[in-house]
Design a protein around this ligand. Sequence first.
Ligand SMILES: NC(=O)c1ccc[n+]([C@@H]2O[C@H](COP(=O)([O-])OP(=O)(O)OC[C@H]3O[C@@H](n4cnc5c(N)ncnc54)[C@H](O)[C@@H]3O)[C@@H](O)[C@H]2O)c1
Length: 260
Amino acid sequence: MRCDLGGKVSLVTGAARGIGQAIADRLAANGSRVVYTDVDGDGAERAAGLTPGARALRLDVADAEQVDAVVRRVVEDCGRLDVLVNNAGVNTLAHRVTIDEFPREEWDRILAVDLTGVYLVSRAVGRVMRAQGSGRIINIASIAGLVPLRLQCAYIAAKAGVVNLTRAMALELGPHGILVNGIAPGSTLSEGTKRLFYAEGGLFHASVQRMLDHVPLGRPATTDEIAVAALFLADPENSYMNGHVLTVDGGWTAGYTREF
Ligand SMILES: NC(=O)c1ccc[n+]([C@@H]2O[C@H](COP(=O)([O-])OP(=O)(O)OC[C@H]3O[C@@H](n4cnc5c(N)ncnc54)[C@H](O)[C@@H]3O)[C@@H](O)[C@H]2O)c1
């Protein structure tokens, strides 16, 4: 898929690797000037280094001061900001336990990045886009925010928050020419899921086949298959979608895969 993002400036959070990097790469390949941001500043540099004209900035989305400073700097340097992709996200690894055992610190850590981070970056960028009278905000949620999974209560709650925040932002910012939509990916082959799920010996490898049995396509998404959906939401020709969360999950949440 191709679209014309010439003259546009995009900022992607969590762009050092995985889905964020694939989205940033796609936006850049379609003409946007892209700022790759990540709490892993070296990783962001590495990822941006592969894309001519791109730049990289260290950004922890949970740090309000840093968020405001980075957004200010991008606008000073690039003059505008047209596309924001709120992609940075974390989940629990060590605490796959029921809510009665789920540690408070882990809850706070995940909510701070996955939900408060979306609020903080959208708040800062929303001011810029409102002054411009245009913009696109794309929030990366998860199917876990639509249909809960067990043993990851903080991630589930944060991603459900992102889904509804997307709709609320669409209501508030739409009148100012800013379209806000989301993507709910299913299982996607990023470095993390490759290591944890898909590699032999990965922490959750034993449950992979059981999970894929629920996916009609029988495989995870590639990061680029999620990036294509993001490009569609950023495409200037796609100008009437607002407040929608696109499910990109190979049919996982379309219904039951078995006969009854
Ligand atoms: N991979 C999947 O199966 C899957 C499925 C559904 C949703 N998602 C969502 O997609 C997004 C990207 O997932 P991924 O699999 O590519 O993850 P990943 O772990 O491969 O990459 C996430 C990136 O976010 C960065 N990051 C972490 N905390 C940050 C912070 N505080 N500030 C800025 N950057 C931070 C990391 O350094 C990393 O580069 C996440 O929001 C995730 O919840 C992923």
